[in-house]
Design a protein around this ligand. Structure first.
Ligand code: SAM
Length: 213
């Protein structure tokens, strides 16, 4: 698979891991705190969809009592994530799951909190992906799915760093997080008729679905 953010093979996974540990590093604990505050779920089972090297899921496990599963369709990303779980001493709390968001290999009603950052831009069928996520959500469960950098300051400092590496980076970011794509994603989610609200602010763009008890 080849995308503007890099390939999701071994080389792409190592590049994503390097970015996640340098330019993007401050973003994950900030977003983890925002998720915990906004969703109010701090224990139970959490699924990080399109986890890549696992930085968000790991930050959530470190900041809460959640048991986290990292789901990714790239075996190379999961290999890198495995090493990160081990290095952070989280082998008992954070686990790996190979699979595709369009066909999540989990039973219905099994996850309390589904999070995802920066992955939905690559999903081929958003309606199917969100339906699958809703299917695995437990009653009372919530989602926090989208993309962003946590704060305006982080967004702007990351843009400066990333543009040095790739002059096209800002246009890639704006295609993903710009108004056109936000409207498209909102339309797909509204079309599903599932209870949700959307956060669109300096923290990014996030779809919060909720399954009633
Ligand atoms: N969430 C991580 C982060 O914020 O650092 C990684 C983001 S990376 C840009 C996108 C990730 O989504 C990649 O690891 C890729 O393999 C994964 N991905 C893309 N399409 C997917 C799909 N259909 N199902 C599961 N994972 C997918």
């Amino acid at each position: 698979m080849e995308h503007e953010m890099g390939r999701f093979d071994r080389e792409g996974a190592e590049r994503m891991d390097r970015i996640a540990k340098t330019a993007f590093a401050p973003v994950y604990p900030v977003i983890a705190e925002q998720i915990l505050d906004r969703c109010g779920i701090r224990s139970g089972r959490c699924l990080d969809v399109g986890s890549g090297p696992g930085s968000l899921g790991i930050a959530l496990a470190q900041a809460s009592d959640l048991t986290v599963t990292l789901l990714d369709s790239s075996p190379d990303m999961l290999e890198v994530a495995k090493e990160n779980i081990r290095k952070n001493g989280l082998l008992g709390r954070v686990s790996l799951l190979a699979g595709d968001v369009h066909d999540i290999p989990l039973p219905p009603d099994s996850v309390d909190l589904v999070v995802s950052r920066g992955s939905l831009f690559f999903w081929e069928d958003l309606a199917r992906a969100f339906s699958e996520i809703y299917r695995v959500l437990a009653p009372g469960g919530k989602t926090y799915i989208g993309g962003g950098f946590g704060t305006a300051e982080l967004r702007d400092s990351i843009a400066a760093t990333m543009t040095e590496e790739n002059p096209d980076w800002k246009s890639f970011r704006d295609r993903n997080l710009g108004p056109g794509n936000r409207t498209r994603i909102a339309g797909v989610v509204a079309g599903l008729g599932l209870p949700h609200r959307i956060i669109s602010d300096d923290s990014g763009y996030w779809v919060m679905m909720e399954k009633s008890e």
